[in-house]
Design a protein around this ligand. Structure first.
Ligand SMILES: *Cc1c(COP(=O)(O)O)cnc(C)c1O
Length: 382
């Protein structure tokens, strides 16, 4: 990769455009639910907002049970534990993702094996996954990610997991609202997780949710996540516990945000279409793949560059105009912390990383803001 050049800061006074920032409802739903928590003094990691947020989200995506947790990372950790992943177990995980996908595998003292992406989905390649099963026949779980709101090729991945009798966990942190053949991502495997971190499509400032049709396992996760307190008057523990529950105040923000999820998705798709319309004519720009079975939430619009203009040229040029953009996630098998773990594939993820840029996809952007971004990018080809 190129070294960052000096950034010219003369344009810092121009209106800042963010990659993806929190966007509360115009109606103030979030504050109403927070006020309710204050009025009833339920300022605890328990209470009506938590229960209702779980029910409302489960109903929205069409699944039986949900556990509201302190982060998406905590939700992945609990999903792995619920799936029985423990010391020395192998977990297949895509290499092209955020480190938060892989880290909980290490929390469980398990072993990640990184799987390459394909160009059709940018997500876990079913072919590479099959390859991986040839090398490692004994695997505890497959952790699939739906990157940037694009869904993975789930029919093939589900089939492979069934064939090998392995639990499937979906990291849908970036893809709440994305559907794959009409079903919401996060509800197709054995477990799914969502994140409500500040930059995600809806946010609670920080938080996550674990979902499953297995109500008994979700009840178990709620138990682990509240310090694993046995049902006894004295403090008794027969299992290792965690303090991973979502607070009742935060859950109020989530309930409000859930009401505007569809609006946010609509705007994210509008942004994707806008960029595609305005930049699609440049031969050296390719857009992230959208398949006909995939109705993405378009959390971020990402492009790859095939010519002389490089990702860092775009990122630096936008930064000079006070506009935030980002490289695509750096693959896990290229990370200093993870490079010692095995990687199965043919370097598709490296290519996407080398050529990829995430464009500003903030739902508060106006058409004027979008034109500003588009014109700056077009200028790089003049
Ligand atoms: C954001 C994110 C997470 C982690 O979610 P947090 O709520 O920030 O802990 C996990 N996986 C992916 C792919 C993410 O983008």
């Amino acid at each position: 990769m190129l070294k960052p050049k000096e950034i010219n800061t003369e344009n810092k006074s121009k209106k800042r455009i963010y990659l993806s920032s929190p966007h509360m409802s115009d109606e103030g739903y979030e504050k109403q639910y927070i006020n309710e928590a204050f009025e009833t003094n339920w300022i605890a990691p328990l209470g009506k907002n938590v229960d209702e947020f779980e029910k409302e989200l489960a109903a929205k995506v069409g699944i039986k049970a949900a556990a509201a947790l302190s982060s998406g990372t905590a939700a992945i950790h609990m999903a792995l534990k619920a799936a029985g992943v423990g010391e020395g177990d192998i977990v297949f995980c895509p290499t092209l993702t955020f480190a938060a996908t892989a880290n909980p595998i290490i929390y469980q003292n398990a072993i990640p094996v990184f799987i390459d992406s394909d160009y059709e989905t940018w997500n876990m390649s079913p072919e590479a996954l099959e390859e991986a099963f040839k090398k490692y026949p004994k695997v505890k779980a497959v952790l699939v990610v739906h990157l940037y709101g694009l869904s993975a090729d789930m029919d093939k991945i589900v089939e492979i997991c069934k064939k090998h009798d392995v639990q499937l966990i979906e990291d849908a942190a970036e893809s709440l609202g994305t559907t794959y053949k009409g079903r919401y991502t996060g509800t197709i495997g054995d477990y799914g997780i969502y994140s409500f971190n500040g930059n995600k499509i809806i946010t609670t400032s920080g938080g996550g949710m674990l979902v499953s049709d297995n109500e008994e396992r979700i009840a178990k996760v709620r138990f682990w996540a509240t310090q694993a307190r046995d049902n006894a008057r004295h403090y008794q523990h027969s299992e290792l516990g965690y303090n991973y529950r979502m607070s009742n105040v935060i859950a109020g923000i989530g309930r409000g945000q859930l009401k505007v999820l569809d609006q946010r998705i609509e705007k994210k798709r509008y942004i994707f279409d806008f960029y595609k319309r305005e930049l699609g004519c440049i031969d050296e720009i390719d857009f992230m793949p959208v398949n006909d079975w995939n109705k993405p939430n378009c959390w971020l619009t990402c492009i790859t560059l095939t010519g002389k203009v490089r990702p860092l040229d775009v990122i630096i040029r936008l930064e000079e105009e006070n506009i935030e953009s980002r490289p695509v996630w750096k693959p896990m098998h290229m990370q200093p912390f993870y490079q010692h773990y095995d990687y199965i594939g043919s370097n598709v993820s490296e290519k996407i990383f080398e050529n990829g840029v995430c464009l500003p996809s903030d739902t508060k952007m106006t058409d004027e803001d979008l034109y500003r971004v588009v014109n700056i990018i077009k200028g790089l080809w003049k």
